[in-house]
Design a protein around this ligand. Structure first.
Ligand code: MAN
Length: 347
């Protein structure tokens, strides 16, 4: 099933379109933007994955050291303790490192298609021991008081969900880790339900269970409880290996509509939809059998990590979802979807 209308301008943003954060690094991937409206423009908070020039025969990995400076670790291809079969992660002597270091960068647009980097907004970079391998994949939820950002905090210790708050995109209040390891793909609902905040999140349970979508509630966006699993992986299907939430669920007449990603054993990432009960979003009313979007275009099939469509940001206007997504973990693309058509596909 194909329910999406891709922008003919795709990819709308590539690594070469913006400048590296510091001299000596280059941008390998520009991906997975959080999306919001601010100052009468459409903004993306992009994940920028950087590394230093690679020299034949070795892998150079950037990390933030204890002093908060970028340090480059070098691993020799010949070293039998090194496994570099995945372009995203390497393992050395039982320890894992990311091949790139990610930060978040703001770009804005008046038409939602041509995005440029405004000079007066600073990149958001990792800080402290829990972000020594960078910060990734933000989701932005706008509420009356301002913008609530969730993102992945990555370090040698763990992967967990961080939370920041801003009203002006210049000053950020870092509110710490709200979902402890191993957890990512956290999307906060844009309004309270029965006087409680809700969020989708994705803990991983390596021994029993797996990489499933959960829901939690909170009185204050800081303390989360009453966790429930709402969607598990489905053997033999397109979402057999892992599932995770996209951006904040969309409020519709039939319930909360969530676009989520699902991957199979070959790491092929597609998108599907979940419809959650209006008053009790831990109840799943329906779920896509077929993906609503799959990697079919060249830019989705080949790249840094091919066969990937990953979304964590959109703008909703009437029936139209303008969705932004990372393709092949390398470039940023856009597509339009109709809420009505997705709801129809869920019947
Ligand atoms: C996975 C992939 C990577 C990401 C790490 C840490 O390996 O999603 O792209 O950098 O997790 O989050």
């Amino acid at each position: 099933m194909n329910l999406s209308k891709r922008f003919k301008e795709n990819p709308i943003l590539r690594p070469s379109d913006i400048k590296p954060s510091i001299e000596g690094m280059y941008i390998e991937c520009l991906l997975n933007p959080g999306v919001f409206q601010f100052d009468e423009k459409i903004w993306m908070l992009c994940r920028v994955a950087e590394r230093t020039k690679q020299i034949d025969g070795s892998i150079k990995v950037p990390i933030f050291n204890a002093k908060g400076e970028i340090e480059i670790l070098t691993f020799d291809h010949q070293d039998p303790k090194l496994d570099y079969s995945d372009p995203r992660v390497i393992s050395y002597d039982g320890k894992s490192y990311l091949t790139t270091l990610s930060h978040l960068r703001l770009v804005c647009s008046t038409d939602g298609k041509v995005f440029t980097e405004p000079s007066s907004y600073m990149p958001i970079t990792g800080k402290g021991a829990l972000e020594s391998f960078g910060i990734e994949d933000s989701r932005v939820t706008q509420m009356d008081d301002g913008y609530h950002l969730t993102y992945t905090k990555v370090s040698d210790i763990a992967v967990g969900v961080g939370y920041m708050f801003t009203t002006d995109w210049k000053n950020f209040e870092r509110r710490g880790m709200i979902f402890p390891p191993h957890n990512k793909d956290c999307a906060i609902f844009g309004s309270k339900i029965n006087n409680k905040y809700f969020a989708l999140h994705r803990p991983s349970s390596p021994e029993l269970g797996g990489n499933y979508i959960w829901i939690a509630e909170s009185p204050d966006l800081l303390h989360w409880g009453n966790h429930k699993c709402i969607a598990i992986t489905r053997p033999g299907m397109w979402d057999s290996a892992r599932v995770g939430a996209g951006a904040a669920p969309i409020e519709t007449s039939e319930g909360w509509l969530e676009i989520y990603h699902g991957a199979d054993e070959n790491n092929r990432y597609c998108l599907g939809a979940l419809l959650l009960d209006k008053d009790d979003p831990s109840k799943v009313i329906s779920r896509s059998i077929e993906p609503i979007m799959e990697p079919t275009m060249d830019y989705e099939k080949t790249g840094f990590f091919g066969n990937v469509i990953f979304t964590n940001g959109h703008i909703v206007k009437g029936d139209t979802i303008t969705m932004y997504y990372g393709a092949s973990d390398e470039v940023i693309c856009g597509a339009e979807l109709s809420i009505k058509q997705i709801l129809e596909s869920l019947k």
